[in-house]
Design a protein around this ligand. Sequence first.
Ligand SMILES: *Cc1c(COP(=O)(O)O)cnc(C)c1O
Length: 381
Amino acid sequence: MKSYGYGHQSISEADINAVIKAMRSDFLTQGPFVAKFEEALCQYTGAKYAVVVANGTVALHLAMLALEIEPDDEVITSPNTFLASANCIVYVGGNVKFADIDLTTANIDPKNIEKQITPKTKAIIPVHFAGQPCDMQSIQNIAKKHNIKIVEDAAHALGSDYKNTKIGSCNYSDLTTFSFHPVKTITTGEGGAIMTNDKELYEKLIMFRSHGMTKNPKLLHKNDGQWYYEMQMLGYNGRMTDIQSALGISQLKRINKFKAKRRKIVETYKTLLGNDKRFSFLDEKTYSETCFHLCPLLVNFDVVKKSKREIFTDLSSCGINLQVHYIPVHTQPFYKDYGYKTGDFPLSEKYYEKTMSLPLYADLTTNDVKYIVKIIKEVVK
Ligand SMILES: *Cc1c(COP(=O)(O)O)cnc(C)c1O
């Protein structure tokens, strides 16, 4: 029996050959492919600068460091996200604040952001859930009004457009982060990137990625010679290898194909399941053209007898292993110690009850999708 998860990488012969080429080169890390991948990301998104890093979590951590988020500062994110969007705030000692979602998109609701703002608020981390861009114009207006920074967590949204600009262009934010984990739209195994148009932030990110060191003559306090470097801040090793960057360059060449395929699969699911009172889908806003990372199927449990748990077990026995995105972050045991509890963000909790992410990846065939739909219609009763 064929088995389906919610996401899967798509690796071509060209991808494999790109990796082999990097393996045979003089550099396995800190070589030319890193810079080439960064250039390609800038070219694709329209941002001025890119910094590729070890993974999407490191990207968020370095973003917090570059914005100088410090103990007692408050940063607002969505409860409907992966843990890393909130954890990065804790890494730098900041206070995590949540703003509840809009149920039509499952994205953070600007109205709720405004309610969470205090004099201590330093930044907002909107998450483009499922790849669908948040209402960035409203979020940017709020940020400008209160003089706070924006980091877009675009782990889901490489390839998506917002008002005819690419996510990653940073037209509506200070920084944008990506993840290249194998379930995401393009992969480098592990990997991530931070995009910006701000030269100062870019230079800080470069230093934070590599121990807080610099050899940039313009930034040095003195210069003892060719070997000389200075450590000007406490950085980390957050680097991406040349091997991974070579894979990233090759994968990025296929982004438009990936996007078209993902959009087509979502459209098929919507056509085949959308007119059934047991199911519904999130709205795609007219201001965006989404490169879908997820296709959340919303189950109307008022008309379905089985529990979510039973549905998952029954689907698994047919080879379909769905996932739920997301368990609201504020309900995690860790965040109880920060004063959060179930009931605090009811819309995210309500959304969690009824969502399940359908298989969505470039290598799914039409027959795969038809099979999945048939089983879902049989099992969800
Ligand atoms: C995947 C993901 C991350 C973390 O990326 P990694 O590369 O796995 O570290 C962060 N935020 C969101 C919303 C994600 O989906």
